[in-house]
Design a protein around this ligand. Sequence first.
Ligand code: PHE
Length: 472
Amino acid sequence: MQKDGFTSKIGFVLAAAGSAVGLGNIWRFPYLAAKHGGGIFLLTYLVLLLTFGYSLLIAENCIGRMTKRGPIGAYRKLCRGKRGFLGSVRIGGWINAFVPLVIVPYYCVIGGWVTKYVFAIGGNPIAFFAKDAVAIRADGSQASASAAYFADFISSTWEPLLYFLLFMTILVAVVAFGVEKGVERFNKILMPILFIMIIGICIYCMFLPNAQEGFRYYLMPDLSKFSYMTVVAAMGQLFFSLSIAMGIMITYGSYMRKQDDLVSSVNQVEFFDTSVAFLAGMMIIPAVVAFGGKQAAESAGVGLVFITMPQVFASFSGGQIVGIAFFILVLFAAATSAISLLETNVQTISQELLVSRRRSIVICVVEILAIGVITILGYSVLKHVHPLAFIAKYRSMDILDTLDFLSNSVLMPIAAIFTSILVVAVVGLEKISREIKQNTRWVREYSFQLCMCVVVIPCLLVVLLHATGLLN
Ligand code: PHE
């Protein structure tokens, strides 16, 4: 992220896409799609993307560009002089800024898992992960070798901790020494390679025996699998993946120049992010179904990419090299997203608590360490801790899932409700439209206004009530 503004439109698009494309697309999207019925999840996701996702993405960027501030400053500026309810909308800025603080620790935990897998694929004979290889787990149960390897890894205490520390240290060093631009430059080359690689793996997976059934599962919506939880999950994923409802896009918008075309930039970010997620699903879901049948897809969890992709790599010669390259590229995608998360937190803390940048980094590190370590222990020492056990449907949720759920399905809808109120009631749609259209044609203006006025807030409230278990 650049403090002094982007010097070109493509600079904005690359930076925003770098933040948006990350673990959300490659780790989170495929497992949620597999778990929530495949095609029906994909359809729900796409509908939400074109309505909510787009509206909030462009609104946040617009608010940022209008005010030239991050989330807290932007809300404060726009609510200035307003009284009563409209004045109190300014707390929305704080809620937006709080979300990345919840995400960054567990993002680093998953970043650690990806780091481990670069070594795991490189350091074991690739046949070890073959789909038919069976292993006896530490607790005596039997599982596919790949699944057992993952389960044993996350439930050991020290290894995940070590890789988490490694990922976090590199991340903090990048932010502390201000070399984000260098990483971004790298990414301009690496992300297209990742994209091409994913397409190549997709094509390979198409020809796996039984892949057809998997494609059908992923691409053909089965309405009987639809429930409110599909919407809750798709909505949370949308926020996470587009990096919206957490102040990040407001910050990016604030670096954008007035003369740049906001409409087409946002379209491009929306397109890139969704393409990567869609293709990641195409790459993983048919493979899971081919290897383990539909029930394996339906019972997918956070380990999906770590269990299935090694099995894919073990199924062709040269797979080990491709596998190492794949996890390295995913690591870079995760790193750029993590940088944007941490950078936002550092800026928020130093501006709002009036501390130096260095002190703010220290505060962030302490926070990431504290929550990250608890998250990791949630798979070993603290495995009986289920923070949301008081809500029946979340009785068995572990700590990582709880953080993920609270940020994506509870805090982000709340943050998005505030942003919608800010746009509709505090600033007014007219003014927002004028800012967006000032140097371009805007075809989706009507649908944006319709969404903002009548769709977004009621739907978000329903999602929130379902997510919190108040509605069933
Ligand atoms: N959008 C990123 C991803 O898909 C995650 C992220 C969330 C990045 C919030 C920055 C801010 O992985």
